[in-house]
Structures are given as C-alpha cells and as structure tokens.
Design a protein around this ligand. Sequence first.
Ligand code: NAD
Length: 451
Amino acid sequence: MENYDTLISAQKSFFRTDKTKDITFRLNALQTLRNAIKKHENELMAALQADLNKSEFEAYSTEIGFVLEELRYTASHLQSWVRPEKVKTPLTHIGSNSYIYSEPYGVALIISPWNYPFQLAIAPLIGAIAAGNCAVMKPSELTPKTSEVLEKLIRECFPEEFIAVVQGGVETSQALLIEKFDYIFFTGSVPVGKIIMEAAAKQLIPVTLELGGKSPCIVHEDANLKIAAKRIAWGKYTNAGQTCIAPDYLYLHKNVKEEFLQYLKAEIVELYSSEPLNNPNFTRIVSKRHFERLAAFLNNGKVYVGGKTNPEKLSIEPTVLTKISWDDSIMEDEIFGPILPVLEYSELSEVIEGIHEHPKPLSLYLFTENNSIQEKVLNSVSFGGGCVNDTVYHFASPHLPFGGVGPSGIGAYHGKGSFDTFSHKKSILKQTTRFDIPFRYPNVKNGLKKI
Ligand code: NAD
C-alpha cells in the first residue's frame, strides 16, 4: 500500500506557516483556480465527453458553469465570512465580549465520485480554500480522463504542499484514510460512506458525508401536470439519471396517472427525441457493471416508455416503469440510472408511511398547488432537502446548504455552507481586567453555599 506520510507532513508544515489563513492568499487562490478552469474549459468538456458522453450543454451547466458561479459567489462574500462574529454576552458575564472565530481545520481530504467528476471534486475544494485549509483531493478512478485534466489543472495552480491530487481507486483511498487528516469530506455511496466514517472515527477526524439514497418525487392530484412532467423528466434524465438527487421513483396519484404519464412521455421525446439511443447528447452509463445492474431492472413491472438499451455504447433509454411495488428489485436501492419506477397512491398518508418505512432520503420533490399539503409533507417527512413544484434545482442555490440527513449524509455545503463546513467555530470570551465580579468564587460571603 502506498504511503502518503511525506505529502501530509509537507501540507501540515505549510499550514503551520499561516499563509493559507491570509485573506489575500485565499482570494488569490480562488482567482487562480477560476482562471485555470476557464483556460482548460475545452479540455474539460472533451474529458467529460470521453468519460461519460456528457454533452457540452450538460458539461457546462452542471459542472464547469456551476463551479465558476460558486467561485464568484465565494470570492465576493469571503471578506465578511472570515470576520470573527460578535455574539451576545449574558449579564452574568458583564465586562466581557463574545466572539465566534472561524478557523481552518488544517489539512483536509476530499474524496469524490464519478457522476459529476469535476464539480463534485472542485466545489468542496472551493470551501476548503475559502476557509484557509490545505487539501488532498482523491478524484474517481472511473472517470480517468476528467481526473487527469483535474490533476493537471491543480498542479498548474498550486504547489503540492497546499493542494495536491492523488489518483487511484479503493486502495489509494484506504491508504489515505490511515493518515492524520484534520477533516474528511466524502461524496459517494452509502456503503463507502460507512467505511469512511469508521476510518475517521478511529482518529476522531470530523467528517462531511455527502451520500445518496432513494429520493421520492410525489405528484399529487392537484399538481400542474404539464410543468411537473417537464421538470421531472429534466431532473431524472439529466446525466442519464446518474445524479445523487435525481428523483429516484415517482409516487403518482391514481386520479391523474394516465394524464401525467402522457405528458411525461411527450417531455422525454421533447428533451431526447424519439430515438434517444441515437441522440449524441444523451449521457451514457459509466461502466459495464452499472449498465448490467440497471438493465436487469427493465424486467420489473411494465415498460411505459423507453426500455431499450445499447450494450456497446453503455446507453439506456429514458425509461418509465409502471405496475411497480416496493417488492420489486428496483425499489431496493438507489437506482442511479435513467429508469423511473412509478408507484400509485390514493391517500397522501400512504405516501408518508411508505417513505417513513425506508431510510431518510437525500431529496424529496413534491408537486401540488395546495399549501397545507406542502406543509404536511415538509413537516412530517425527514429528508436532506428538496423542492416543491421542481426537482434538483435547490442544489444550485448558494443560499441553500446542501446535504443529507442520517443515512443520506452528514453535514452540508455550497455557498457559505462550504466555508462553514471547512471551518471550526471557535468560541472566544474576551474578559476585562478593569474589574472582577466576585460571585463565582467559593470564598465570597453570601456567595455559593460552603460545603
Ligand atoms: P463510491 O462510494 O463507490 O466512490 C466514491 C469514492 O470513494 C471514489 O473516489 C472511490 O474511489 C472511493 N471508494 C470506493 N470504494 C472505497 C472503499 N472501499 N474505501 C475507500 N474509498 C472508496 O461512489 P460512486 O459510485 O463513485 O458514486 C455514486 C454514489 O455517490 C451514489 O450513491 C450517489 O448517490 C452518491 N453521490 C452523492 C452525492 C451527494 O452530493 N450527496 C453526489 C454524487 C454522488
């Protein structure tokens, strides 16, 4: 097994110089990163195309454009975030002032997955740099071209003792997890999330775990069905469904089933044509293993739309499956592909109970015009975050910290959330020496009772 002692020691020494804590250093680093991303934009697009057949539109909107906006937002707010926050002081502490200092943890490890291989590596890095940390990045081995451009770009921008990229698979991750990092930020699957947390627990390293799960999408009988169909088709089939927050399955009210499914079919054709397997802009499945896992689900229920595959291109049509129940194999784990199973319901209580019986999802989407139904679902179901009358879009707001809850994740990031995630909040009381209030001392007459 490789050994990363030297690299981590070099980063720890660099961190101790306090250079990364300087606000100008951080802003310059963010600017350097921004310039390099712009410079390598075409190379990144080509790599994403080679690894996943991502179209230029998807590569820009969901990967490159997303991180450029996150960089812009972070740089423009950083001055105010780094300032110690003055908070109230109770009367019992008269004479003193209270502050919360945001201090960088030190050296952070960022492990990222393959589905948005650039964005999910760089977005946490922006938080790590903004908060004043050094970082080691371990991108996914399943998207080698993008990981290669990522490494080149980072090497061009930063010395290794500040930001480093380590390439490799499971063994490399495991070798890194032995090291004494000050923070671990992991994005990936639930089973690997458990391995990361166990490794971190051995050294009491704080973690953020951005995981996955089955995110429900509910279409109630009063929903605007046409808009719901459009937004669900987009959220589900972007990146061929390989999105952690894609609607995993649909809970569809039985009174609107036929009408909604017709709209959904029309939207799929509108977005990807009637022959999506021949559409050069439709993302492919990342690997043969995942392709075969997904293809096996096509026997579940009844194919309403799609269902065809191209094993050579590792491509699967945007598919909708009806006549599905919780007993079908597609309902066991996160699907992570372009297949949408549909469960029918009559009463909202069935939906709420169904979701309660399964692990807390990363996201939930609800389509209804009724405020009290919105509040009922939002207040009775626990999930990471989500949208009412939309899908996926909450992810792209820097004002909404993004993350799961329990089995779908721990912690959150994006915007100020990323800065906070990579900062330890150090509470400081600054006391006066001009006077001393005696009540806390045991020898005060009529003070604390003597034992
Ligand atoms: P994964 O968990 O298999 O791999 C993620 C990373 O962990 C990779 O870099 C991989 O090399 C490493 N890894 C894999 N096995 C490991 C092990 N045994 N020990 C240590 N490290 C290991 O995930 P994936 O297949 O790359 O990505 C898909 C999963 O990620 C889905 O479950 C999806 O929901 C989740 N995801 C979550 C988010 C989010 O923001 N919450 C975003 C994207 C993907």
